[in-house]
Ligand binder design. Structure first.
Ligand code: AMP
Length: 271
């Protein structure tokens, strides 16, 4: 922690921070690439934050491979890799925490109570430790990005938040560390998530503006895949994450779907 602060203090120019939970893939690397384009130096944090996992979630089996991550980041041109321990981050237990407010209530917030409080708290801590000029987050976790924008705005944190596009496999599956939970049959089934989003977007492009019709289109596609079990499908306001009735402006199509042992989330913005 002290060495990270010392490193930061020695940097005259701009610093970009990419917070991650490790088990890195090309989506993470795209954030590092963007940070390198925008800043003089790039820091990556790797921390599997226990306070954002629910009691029944996958904290203990979350995939890890620090050596592989280190090699990947060296190749990507990362200048500082920060890998704190749980004791480094929470020496006195969970302690003070950040209430992210209304944006954290619906969707993922409803299904994962306490998740966004954990995310908001750890991200604010990382921002305070590294004090980057800019911090990079994926649109893949659209509501998380909204939560982080909300705490930075609401608490006047002096950092610029940069959202980055979702990196996908050729068949549409969004890259995710949790894709490692998919067995070969699940992996073949998983692109149904992206297909469902694309089907709803196609309807919207044809002029459909009733949110229910778009939700129904997503559910119809998902129902064709027996390995897919829907947690939710949503057509929401992209700023508040509240469900829409009729689309009068931009909208966020999103969903969480269980395939095998993995809970996959994905989204598309209509604008
Ligand atoms: P994680 O390690 O899953 O916490 O993700 C770290 C950061 O990478 C978050 O800002 C994610 O939104 C982002 N991310 C994860 N998957 C992707 C992806 N497929 N494309 C772009 N960014 C991603």
């Amino acid at each position: 922690m002290a060495d990270v602060r010392a490193w930061r203090a020695a940097q005259a120019g701009s610093v970009g921070l990419v917070p991650t939970m490790g088990y890195l893939h090309a989506g993470h690397v795209s954030l590092v690439d963007q940070a390198r384009r925008d800043n003089d130096r790039v820091a990556v944090s790797l921390f599997v934050n226990p306070t954002q996992f629910g009691p029944a979630e996958d904290l203990s089996r979350y995939p890890r491979d620090l050596e592989r991550d280190r090699t990947l980041l060296e190749r990507a041109g990362c200048d500082l890799l920060f890998v704190p321990t749980v004791e480094d981050m929470y020496p006195h237990g969970p302690g003070a925490s950040v209430d992210p407010g209304d944006v954290a209530q619906p969707l993922e917030g409803e299904r994962r109570p306490g998740h966004f409080r954990g995310v908001a708290t750890v991200v604010l801590k990382l921002l305070n430790i590294v004090q980057p000029t800019r911090a990079y987050f994926g649109q893949k976790d659209a509501q998380q990005l909204g939560v982080i924008r909300a705490i930075v705005r609401g608490l006047d944190v002096p950092v610029e938040i940069v959202g980055c596009p979702t990196v996908r496999e050729p068949d549409g599956l969004a890259l995710s560390s949790r894709n490692s939970y998919l067995d070969p049959d699940d992996r073949r089934a998983a692109p149904v998530v992206h297909r469902a989003l694309v089907a709803a977007r196609a309807l919207w492009e044809q002029g459909e503006r009733r949110a229910d019709a778009l939700r129904e289109a997503m559910r119809r596609v998902l129902a064709e895949e027996p390995r897919a079990r829907v947690d939710y499908v949503s057509v929401a306001d992209p700023l508040t994450f509240r469900e829409l009735d009729v689309l009068a402006g931009p909208a966020l199509l999103s969903m969480a779907v269980f395939v095998g042992r993995a809970r996959l989330i994905d989204n598309l913005v209509l604008s």
